[in-house]
Ligand binder design. Sequence first.
Ligand code: FES
Length: 139
Amino acid sequence: MKRRDFLKWIFRGTLSAWVLGAIGAIFSFIRIPRVERREFEKEIEVGEYEDLKIGEGKFIPHLKEPLWVIRTEGGYIALSAVCTHMKCILEYKPDEKVIKCPCHAAIFDLSGNVVQGPPPNPLERYRIEIRGERVYVIL
Ligand code: FES
């Protein structure tokens, strides 16, 4: 390979790498929104009944409304994980058996009622269905 051909080859390679990098950088800013199938679901399969021990909770990141599914001594409950004050995502505190808002320190009981803080309304509660050993939240 002649020196001139070699330099051409290097130049083209560098240019190609630069163009691909630029295209990659542009596409990293242009994100096509991913539509999660869960947004359109009418029910969510939580898992097996025994997956959660009494007192444990599972966060369900549903696009329409994230949920907390919690197994209590009376069975499963499903509550919205969105604070009714200013829409912060709530945190389940199994040791205290409450759901807390990290934004303005609101506290909800496991019925979804406001125990403390500024939220104007209780949490939305969803119906649970048990089919065989499987747990479902009905939206
Ligand atoms: S957003 Fe939850 S208490 Fe304000």
